[in-house]
Ligand binder design. Structure first.
Ligand SMILES: NC(=O)c1ccc[n+]([C@@H]2O[C@H](COP(=O)([O-])OP(=O)(O)OC[C@H]3O[C@@H](n4cnc5c(N)ncnc54)[C@H](O)[C@@H]3O)[C@@H](O)[C@H]2O)c1
Length: 443
């Protein structure tokens, strides 16, 4: 066994490797970062620094402003910082734009490219994998933590929202901060918690407020403080556990999604080879009261589901057969899709392809790690002339399916956004009329 299992309470007694211990809070009771007095709202006295203003950090910062905290939003991207400071939001989600327009945001949000002192630090920077080895690349996280460490003072709470490999808090973050700040002691004058995110892009604000959250505490006081903090803007259940369990829990959630999507994708391939309609097959199988096969697709994208399972694989000395197999199945889908398109085009001797949809999943304006982009890349490598547009990303030059497909040998629908499906349903005849070959392939 690589990591010892410790309950939050047991961990509180021992500290990380026994290095730090929690002592009773001095006379005066528990440390207070927030007022529990409903008559006196002291949240604006509490300064929160949110490090990383991306898909997770920016909406978190806005929600904190809305809850009355004094927020410093920090990002190394100076242009982004300037735009957010001027009220221009880089993420165009309805809920986020609504909250960004609240007077509480203009009065409570400041932005900067470097941190300064605060009561609570929330870290939400990217934690990718190395493309070749699939090993975690935590360099962005280390830079972010190193930038805030000089500004720490006694009583601070540091919350890591970034998804991290199991053991990162106790084996890496705590020793790293302790070595730079020997004047502060975890569990005594400094508190660390891991609170991973579960948001669904396109509905981020609603999910941040209403989803249940797991709080990974490195000592009982950090759990208490973090729970008190999230209770100010989260309505979902807040469940405190130890840091290691919370780290693994996040990874398990996304591995669960990956494995289930892989199963659906494999079933679709099997059905196709055997000449069975996969949609009908899955619909029929799902009539079984204890079967729920997901919808197959062209692969898995974004920067969570294709990444997080590798953190588990990397952390374990034993083979993770199923997790690795799921990754392979899902990563092989774009190649299968490209080959299928090529085989259809060979039948009409066509070369010109119009692709609609480059996001990593339907109804999301996010193209990071998208399997659709991989399909386009593969088709181009095969020598096809491909024009590809993403309707949900402003400035991508999408006007209409009719315009996109004009003169093409094939219209390839890689991401069935609601707006695309609706356009197909209402304009199909006109779209087909303008094409060189009347072929629409929908995935
Ligand atoms: N996006 C999601 O839906 C989602 C969901 C759950 C968990 N997560 C996890 O949350 C974390 C953040 O994800 P994200 O999607 O918000 O990433 P992102 O790439 O959208 O944003 C990260 C931001 O951090 C900034 N940054 C990088 N280094 C910095 C530094 N040293 N100081 C300050 N800012 C810095 C970047 O410029 C960027 O704006 C990741 O670990 C991710 O796996 C994301």
């Amino acid at each position: 066994m690589k990591y010892e299992r410790a309950s939050a309470a047991a961990y509180d007694q021992a500290g990380p490797g026994g290095a730090a211990t929690t002592r009773e809070r001095p006379a005066g009771g528990p440390l207070t970062l927030l007022s529990s007095d409903p008559e006196r709202d002291r949240r604006s006295d509490t300064r929160v620094a949110v490090i990383g203003l991306g898909q997770v950090g920016l909406p978190t910062a806005l929600l904190l402003c809305n809850a009355g905290f004094s927020v410093l939003g920090v990002d190394i991207d100076a242009e982004k910082v300037e735009r957010i400071g001027q009220g221009q939001m880089p993420v165009l989600e309805e809920g986020l734009l609504r909250i960004a327009g609240e007077p509480s945001v203009s009065s409570n949000l400041r932005t900067a490219t470097i941190p300064s002192s605060a009561d609570i630090f929330v870290v939400a920077v990217g934690t990718p994998i190395e493309s070749q080895t699939k090993a975690p690349d935590l360099s962005i996280l280390w830079n972010a933590l190193d930038s805030l460490t000089p500004h720490l003072h006694a009583g601070n709470l540091v919350i890591v929202e970034s998804t991290v490999p199991p053991g990162t808090c106790r084996r890496q973050i705590m020793p790293r901060i302790s070595s730079q700040r020997p004047d502060l002691k975890f569990g005594d004058s400094l508190f660390l918690a891991h609170c991973p995110e579960r948001v669904w892009p396109s509905n981020t604000i609603d999910e941040m407020v209403n989803n249940p959250r797991v709080i990974g505490a490195t000592c009982s006081e950090s759990g208490r403080l973090a729970k008190q903090f999230y209770a100010q803007f989260v309505k979902g259940e807040l469940r405190v556990t130890d840091d290691l369990t919370a780290e693994l829990c996040k990874l398990v959630e996304n591995s669960f999604r990956d494995v289930n999507i892989a199963f659906a994708n494999e079933i679709a391939s099997v059905a196709e080879e055997l000449g069975v309609d996969s949609d009908e097959l899955i619909e029929l199988a799902n009539m079984h009261p204890r079967v729920n096969i997901l919808r197959p697709g062209i692969g898995v994208g974004g920067h969570c589901i294709p990444v997080d399972p590798w953190f588990i694989v990397d952390a374990c000395s034993q083979p993770c057969w199923m997790i690795e197999a799921a990754r392979k199945v899902n990563d092989s889908k774009p190649q299968q899709v490209a080959e299928k398109v090529a085989s259809q085009l060979r039948q009409v001797d066509g070369n010109r392809i119009a692709v609609v949809g480059l996001a990593y999943k339907p109804n999301v304006a996010d193209m990071r790690g998208s399997p659709a982009i991989r399909v386009v890349q593969l088709l181009r490598e095969m020598g096809y002339e491909v024009t590809a547009k993403e309707p949900l990303v402003p400035g991508h030059g999408y006007t209409s399916l009719e315009h996109l497909a004009r003169g093409a040998d094939c219209l390839l629908v890689l991401v069935p956004h609601d707006c695309v499906v609706q356009e197909l349903n209402t304009r199909r005849a006109d779209i087909l009329r303008g094409m060189r070959h009347a072929m629409i392939l929908e995935f």
